[in-house]
Design a protein around this ligand. Structure first.
Ligand code: NAI
Length: 325
């Protein structure tokens, strides 16, 4: 029997610049750009397969979808699905463990270079006519510096942390990292990274970049105490998850000039409500959770999602996720 495959919120992955052809032959695909939680049952009722990115799949919703056999999460994080309820109903849940390592690492590198060079500040000034009015042939609106010889402190040295470390090393930066599972010498290859405590990472970094997952233990890992440990000139980068940082403490530190700046791709809740204290804070750059968004990364994600579904249909599922414990 042909599977009916419902994509509940396909717009984030494919706003129109990709196609869904990797799913050709796997069933009949019904595409929805977005789906409100209240409409999930109406759209997915009777379907065997659902693909979703951030649409919640609660126990109550799952109970009303008795025909469902498969949920393919179009992302790495799968906290939107009640895994225990899915298991009780015999539903296989899969995710995309990795697809955008280079995309995220390069976004972090772009944030670091922006801090060193101030492209956006200068571009805006030129656009507003400052160069045209300037008496000299050049002008700078803020200090600029080279990154070689400065220290990058990585919090989390997994796939993305390592990829960013390699970019930074190629620019002559010194690398330190904190990770409870620090990689072996073999995994690091030629990369020279010194293991440090969390407190030393904050004290030593000219740039501190978060690349660990959000867990029950590390919410607000970046708090006022650790911000006070940072050099007054240092940058904090977060491309991981918003709640790793106490956003009120960071906003205060930026307003008080306690640190050099912050570059954030993730916030506490997304999209952020009006009045988020970090949007518009001094020396703070915020991008809308797009570190993963390179076209290559999204194509890879689409292909892996289709491969996951095909493997499930063959009776040999891969990339399955299960409730903890
Ligand atoms: P990974 O699993 O390869 O590496 C994570 C590393 O963090 C591991 O080595 C782990 O031992 C370490 N770690 C765990 N808890 C830690 C802690 N409390 N302190 C320091 N290190 C800790 O994950 P990967 O692929 O490098 O991704 C990292 C994070 O990037 C993801 O968890 C996700 O939150 C974020 N991400 C963000 C995206 C974006 O578009 N902004 C896209 C993809 C991932």
């Amino acid at each position: 029997m042909t599977d009916r495959i419902i994509v509940l919120d396909g717009h984030a992955l494919n706003p129109g610049d990709l196609d869904w052809s990797p799913f050709t032959g796997l069933g009949s695909l019904e595409l929805h750009e977005r789906t409100a939680e209240a409409d999930v049952v109406a759209r997915a009722g009777g379907a065997s397969c659902v693909l979703l990115n951030k649409t919640p799949m609660s126990r109550a919703t799952l109970a009303r979808l008795p025909a469902l056999r498969y949920i393919g999460v179009l992302a790495t994080g799968y906290n939107v699905v009640d895994l225990q309820a899915a298991r009780e109903q015999g539903i296989t849940v899969t995710n995309i463990p990795t697809y955008g390592t280079d995309s995220v690492a390069q976004h972090a590198a772009a944030m670091m270079l922006e801090f060193a060079r101030g492209l956006t500040v200068h571009e805006r000034a030129v656009r507003e006519g400052e160069w045209t009015r300037n008496p000299d042939w050049c002008f700078a609106r803020r200090p600029m510096f080279e990154l070689n010889g400065r220290t990058l402190a990585l919090i989390g040295l997994g796939r993305i942390g390592l990829a960013f470390g390699r970019i930074a090393a190629s620019m002559g930066m010194r690398l330190v990292a904190h990770d409870p599972y620090f990689p072996s010498r073999d995994a690091l290859g030629a990369l020279d990274i010194a293991p440090v405590s969390l407190e030393d990472a904050f004290a030593q970094g000219d740039v501190i970049s978060l690349h660990c997952p959000l867990t029950a233990d590390n919410r607000h890992l970046v708090n006022r105490e650790r911000l006070l440990r940072m050099k007054r000139t240092a940058l904090i980068i977060n491309t991981s998850r918003g709640p790793l940082i106490d956003q009120d403490a960071l906003a205060a530190a930026l307003h008080e000039g306690l640190i050099g700046g912050a570059s954030l791709d993730v916030l506490d809740s997304e999209p952020p409500p009006a009045g988020n204290p970090l949007i518009g804070a001094p020396n703070c750059i915020v991008t809308p959770h797009i570190a993963w968004y390179a076209i290559e990364a999204r194509k890879r994600l689409m292909q892996i999602a289709a491969d996951n579904l095909a493997a499930f249909q063959r009776g040999a599922p891969v990339n399955t996720v299960k409730p903890a414990g």
